[in-house]
Write a protein that binds this ligand. Structure first.
Ligand code: DGL
Length: 263
């Protein structure tokens, strides 16, 4: 049993979508979230630089006494997860685009899947290996969507017209009616889920890795004897920190944590 907080980090605000999920699934856990907005986006940076940034954030979270690290960022996971695991002894839980789930939905019928993520995630070996593993007869398209990251970071996710226009332009090259699913392979994109639902045909499933990650966090904490031991009525505390320590970002982070997803 361990009542220290779970440390969660992202390049910025996207990881708050993962905090929402963990908070819902593990209500007895305290969470310390660190958004590295001063260095966002990670997805357009060289891999080595994202690795260094991920190490710096992890060291900070360790200095704050966390019991595990959740990399709430597909990009930082691709760049740094194996090295973080071999450098630190606490559990490090990462994320990847939920392509296994997307390809597994067909019950044998080949799936036509579009994965949306960052350039770094899509160009890294981790993703290439994942594709190799699940490709079979499935068709897998990939699309980087950097503007969807910057809209969240600049507090514009609720500008519906702008968001819909931006998403539509990224989806333009694809025959949407032929798709079986779209994978939201970047934690920033979760905030656009309702917009995607309005744009995509009903037959296209929208899949993300947040619930899977939260399950994984529970399993790892359970296995390592690190789940919190708290009275039933305890409400886990969420602390939000950001490398760009401004009032605006603090308000934005709080809003993204508490408000319903934009429609
Ligand atoms: N939220 C991050 C992810 O899941 C990346 C966003 C960025 O480019 O910084 O990949």
């Amino acid at each position: 049993m361990n009542n220290a907080p779970i440390g969660v980090f992202d390049s910025g605000m996207g990881g708050i979508s993962v905090v929402r999920q963990i908070r819902q699934d593990l209500p007895h856990e305290d969470i310390l979230f660190y958004g590295d907005s001063a260095h966002a986006p990670y997805g357009t940076k060289p891999t080595e630089q994202v690795k260094e940034l991920s190490f710096a954030v992890t060291r900070h979270l360790l200095s704050r006494g966390v019991k595990a690290i959740v990399i709430a960022c597909n990009t930082a996971t691709s760049a740094a997860a194996p090295d973080l695991r071999s450098s630190f002894s606490l559990p490090v839980i990462g994320m990847e685009p939920a392509l296994k789930v997307a390809c597994g939905r067909g019950e044998g019928k080949p799936q036509n899947v579009l994965v949306l993520a960052t350039s770094l995630t899509l160009r890294e070996r981790k993703f290439a290996r994942l594709v190799e593993q699940v490709r079979g007869n499935n068709t897998i398209h990939t699309q980087a969507c950097p503007d969807l990251v910057s809209l969240v970071e600049s507090g514009k996710v609720e500008d519906r017209d702008l968001a819909i226009k931006t998403i539509t332009s990224y989806l333009k090259p694809y025959d949407l009616n032929s798709l079986d699913s779209v994978v939201l392979g970047c934690t920033h994109f979760i905030f656009y889920r309702n917009y995607f639902r309005q744009i995509l045909p009903d037959s296209v499933a929208i899949i993300d890795g947040n619930a899977g990650t939260s399950h994984h966090v529970r399993a790892i904490l359970e296995e390592s004897g690190n789940l919190a031991d708290r009275p039933d009525n305890y409400q886990g505390q969420v602390t939000l920190e950001n490398s760009q320590n401004t009032k605006e970002l603090d308000l934005l982070a709080r809003h993204l944590l508490e408000a319903p997803l934009p429609r």
